[in-house]
Design a protein around this ligand. Structure first.
Ligand code: ADP
Ligand code: MG
Length: 697
């Protein structure tokens, strides 16, 4: 295939293909389903399924799969072939409407947090026709949601789809009040910028910590790290360039709009930014992007690390979630408008987000909480664990002026009213690029910077959508009953600003002074996953999600169990891997090197009796001292891991891992890393940080 335009979307059953291959009536019916969420009847599904199958077979596919996103965080597929036996002992290739719209994967081994035990044993997958089917590895993949037979969500996608419905409903109420009669639906849009590391595959194979946990559990700092910042936006290494070109091709074939790629701050770190799309599609595409990145990297002798913190002392990887709302008429609701009414509408939606972020800080925080992300947030390289909103000085001044009813020194120098009389001057995109805010307004969208690089973006997005839907609901309730719309609107905006301005912060989020200031503002600082996850099952959260039909109480509780258990499992695996490497690799290597030092010293002495053996003996002494400490720390970690087995309550267990196991791991690492600096390179059992970070050429 030659040109990019030809290649783009060539493996996607997209609108173009549908228009070409479906009878007119079927095409119209499926468009209706996609646009308005109308249920598709089985006859239509049968025609679509047949066309999909023919198209897929022409493209070399022989199997199909319902592609879904269980709570494991990675995608799942169960391949079925199209073949169907005929009476004459042959086969034909078949794919029915029923098979398209509904599947029954053997769901028993996916985490359900007790949902299937309480309800039905099996789960089913249901087609999400708004996300196009595609071909991957000679298999037709049908994007689906995954539920239990009782209808409980067992996946990441279902709550996202439900939250999109919730925010659609409430935003339409508000839009109606501003006279937007032509708007019949809104969609949340997302562009997820993906950070990742690339390291040499052969070196990776020599490190069990990377293999088992995705991050290094040991490793002394190399002489050169990221301090020169010479990697950031620097020229891309030839080998990486080839990887990126190959990656682009694979993503484009799947209709994924990979747009910019560049080096990041840390050595060996890179970023990929797509063009934004509707939230659920963006979520599907981000999952695919992560999968394809890993696959393509291997073809180039590389390994793509998606962990939030693969290397201590080196910047970790995040996933910036750019979020906005757009109407079916093509208007971005966070684009400051041209007319007073549009601006009032912009201000109201802006206020809705500010209030939503302030009201539901804990829940937003927990939507990005994972064991891996705990290494990033608050480590002065990513936003702090405290949530705040960055608006930029200009917009903040406008809000301040509105709050006090004062003049805003803008172009017109007029009294600031949010109504019809005066057009406040909204300079477009004045937002200075603050990079330290967890939640930044960036001109016509918000950038949520807390998600970690390996996270499915469904979580933060369903929380954000639902929180904003709730505030829009409150706004609509108030304004729909107002006798004087402009006056009530004015009052509402003013009140919202003064009640929620504590969440607005335009300064340096990495600064310790901000942590101090945030404490004064009463903003919670939930540093770790076990600190914030319990807020998920609190009354406020249950009320939010149940009232908008995004999650039921049972679903919330089951999800809580799943994420907490996952946290515990991850720390447990990390601790066991450390013990394994400490006992089987590091200590034997240190011992062998000690032997060499002592043998060398005695050999030298045998040769010239009074020879100076200071180097051998002093090194031997320091190594022996540190090795003895390391041995004690290994035992301590082993004991901490064993004691965890006594705890059955998942909340208590997570806290135990955080308070007892993680500190024991850090202690052990200190001694091991010290030993690395003293031991001859030829004895050290695995590649060093320097090898890993600077090997890719
Ligand atoms: P940055 O300065 O962070 O690099 P960009 O303007 O390049 O910002 O955009 C970053 C990301 O934001 C891109 O992935 C882009 O597609 C996405 N984005 C732009 N507009 C929107 C929007 N309206 N909704 C959601 N995401 C958007
Ligand atoms: Mg960004």
């Amino acid at each position: 295939m030659s040109s990019v335009t030809e290649m783009f979307g060539s493996n996607v059953f997209n609108d173009c293909v549908m228009r070409e291959r479906l009878p007119k009536g079927t095409y119209t019916a499926i468009q209706k389903t996609i646009k308005d969420g109308k249920l598709l009847d089985i006859e239509v599904a049968t025609v679509v399924a047949n066309a999909m199958k023919d198209w897929a077979i022409e493209k070399g596919a022989s199997h199909y799969t319902h592609w879904f996103q269980p709570m494991t965080g990675v995608t799942a597929e169960k391949h079925e072939s199209f073949i169907s036996p005929t009476s004459n002992g042959k086969v034909i290739m078949e794919f029915s409407g029923k098979e398209l719209v509904r599947g029954e994967p053997d769901a028993s081994s996916f985490p359900s947090g007790g949902l299937r035990a309480t309800f039905e044993a099996r789960g089913y997958t249901a087609w999400d026709p708004t996300s196009y089917a595609f071909i991957k590895d000679k298999t037709l993949c049908i994007p689906t949601a995954f539920c239990s037979y009782g209808g409980e969500a067992l996946d990441k996608k279902t709550p996202l789809l439900r939250s999109m419905q919730a925010i659609n409903e409430q935003a339409l109420r508000v839009l109606k009040l501003f006279g937007n009669e032509d708007v019949t639906s809104i969609k949340t849009t997302v562009g997820a910028e993906q950070e990742y590391f690339l390291i040499d595959r052969e070196l990776y194979r020599k490190r069990r910590d990377l293999i088992y946990t995705g991050r290094t559990l040991f490793g002394a700092r190399p002489p050169k790290g990221q301090e020169l910042e010479d990697h950031y936006f620097g020229s891309i290494m030839p080998c990486v360039k080839e990887f990126m070109e190959d990656l682009d091709k694979e993503l484009w074939k799947l209709g994924i709009l990979a747009k910019t790629e560049h080096n990041e701050v840390a050595p060996a770190q890179y970023e990929l930014a797509p063009i934004f799309s509707t939230s659920n599609i963006a979520a599907d595409h981000n999952q695919l992007t992560m999968e394809i990145m890993q696959k393509v990297a291997k073809r180039h002798g590389l390994i793509c690390l998606l962990h939030e913190k693969p290397f201590a002392g080196v910047n970790g990887s995040g996933k910036h979630n750019n979020w906005s709302i757009s109407t079916n008429t093509g208007v971005n609701l966070f684009e400051p408008g041209e007319t007073p009414y549009e601006n009032a509408q912009f201000l109201l939606f802006l206020c809705a987000v500010i209030k939503a972020v302030d009201d539901y800080q804990e829940i937003l925080r927990l939507s990005v909480a994972t064991a891996g992300n705990d290494h990033r947030l608050g480590a002065n390289e990513a936003p702090p664990a405290v949530i705040s909103v960055f608006l930029g000085d200009e917009l903040t001044e406008i809000l301040n002026a509105i709050e006090c009813g004062k003049d805003y020194d803008c172009r017109q120098k007029e009294q600031m009213k949010i109504g019809v009389d005066v057009l406040p001057y909204f300079p477009k995109d004045t937002t200075d690029r603050n990079r330290t805010s967890p939640f930044a307004f960036t001109g016509n969208k918000f950038e949520f910077r807390m998600p970690g690089s390996s996270l499915s973006i469904s979580g933060p997005n369903f929380v954000l959508n639902t929180a904003v839907a709730e505030v829009l609901k409150q706004f609509a309730d108030e304004l729909e009953n107002a006798s004087d719309f402009t006056a009530s609107l004015n009052k509402l905006i003013k009140r919202t600003i003064s009640e929620h301005k504590r969440i607005i912060f335009n300064g340096n989020g990495y600064d310790d002074a901000w942590i101090e200031e945030s404490r004064k503002r009463n903003l919670p600082n939930l540093k770790t996953a076990p600190d914030c996850l319990p807020y998920f099952t609190e009354e406020k959260s249950i009320k939010l999600f149940t009232s908008h039909k995004v999650l039921s109480e049972a679903e919330i509780k089951s999800r809580y169990d799943i994420v907490m258990e996952n946290y515990c499992k991850i720390i447990n695996i990390e601790a066991l891997t450390m013990l394994d490497m400490a006992k089987k690799d590091i200590m034997p290597a240190v011992s062998a090197y000690s032997k060499e030092l002592s043998e060398t010293a005695s050999a030298k002495k045998g040769f010239i009796p009074n020879i100076d053996c200071t180097y051998e003996l002093e090194t031997l002494k320091s190594i022996s001292r540190t090795a003895a400490i390391m041995y004690i720390k290994t035992e301590a970690l082993e004991k901490a891991v064993l004691e965890a087995k006594e705890i059955s309550d998942v909340t208590e267990l997570a806290l135990y891992y955080k308070d007892k196991v993680i500190p024991a791991m850090s202690e052990l690492r200190i001694s091991a890393d010290e030993l690395e600096t003293m031991t001859a390179k030829s004895y050290w059992p695995f590649p060093s940080y320097g090898d890993l970070l600077f090997a890719v050429k």
